[in-house]
Design a protein around this ligand. Sequence first.
Ligand code: CP3
Length: 342
Amino acid sequence: MADATPFLQALKGKRPAHTPVWFMRQAGRSLPEYRRLRAGKNMLYSCLDPKLAAELTCQPVRRHGVDAAVFFSDIMVPLKLAGINVDIKTGVGPVMDKPYRNASDIWELVSHRTPDTSAITEAVRLACTKVDVPILAFAGAPFTLAAYLVEGGPSRDHLAARTLMHSAPQSWRMLANWCAELSLQFAKAQIAGGARAFQLFDSWAGSLSRADYLRYCAPYSRRVLAGVSALRIPTIHFGVGTASLLTDFAEGATCVGVDYRTDLSEAITTLRKHGSPSPLVVQGNIDPAMLACPPRLLDEHVDAILDAGKAADAHILNLGHGVPRQTDPHVLTRLVQRVHRL
Ligand code: CP3
């Protein structure tokens, strides 16, 4: 596929003919065709079925005409492939058979086998044959993965994970290292299948102080970004509630993903002032709540974001977090068509 697609052009800092747009969680329960294909099938097993994962990756491209196809999978898949007893429960999220909290739990964890990622590579390879937009690889950042492992499931403030990093820094480092390696292997498997860009999801980074983020998490996230960059694949670094971490997120990444709670103009100003990467490429940041507003309000919101994005060298339009499951898919299709027309 040509590098001239708007999404890959923007990741080079260029301004393509139209602003590229894709949505986090664009493949998912907002689509009736997704619900039909997934009916009665476990989430993690669906991710490990190459034909199904490839088809789910392509559904939003066909329906909405988005400029990138984020690979259908989950940040928990590499844990499953490494032999961890993890499941994704509907309405709850990822759940482990036990929390991994002390040195012996973590020793046990890091002794797990190297995952066989061939099903992932095969799924991406199949997806590449079905659509002509770039496939976007992704992985969970070491902190977000480690937080699930230490807590044993979803948590609001990640207390046990934050306690561990301070009380047992060596165990924490071992855990974060292992998570970084696992995420990098997951990324490489997708890239081997033909993915052309990569996004690192650090959903929970916003729950950390900047000092803790820099000390206990950033080195491991940067290792993943560096491993992907070494393959000459552009990287997007996204987190939620990360306004105070934007310049740190920019380090080692091609593009900074801005969440919906951060003002895009202010984010660009901050990044420019504090030595942002050059060229400055940003992604974001439609408030998912606006998708359920009357069209006029949504259009105004999108126009303001497109306007703010002009201060960067390049801008990829996206939500500031995932598509809510109750979203009317026609709203997303109309949004893409309108942005492509503008
Ligand atoms: O953006 C995409 O569509 C790409 C695929 C993707 C999924 N999850 C598919 C998915 C990606 C990149 C993720 C990342 C992910 N998964 C994160 C980080 C990003 C974020 O959203 O903050 C996290 C924290 C997870 C863990 C996870 N997986 C949760 C919390 C849930 C929701 C559980 C629920 O039912 O409330 C999942 C399940 C999941 N992952 C779904 C999808 C499409 C829904 C599965 C279903 O249809 O039942």
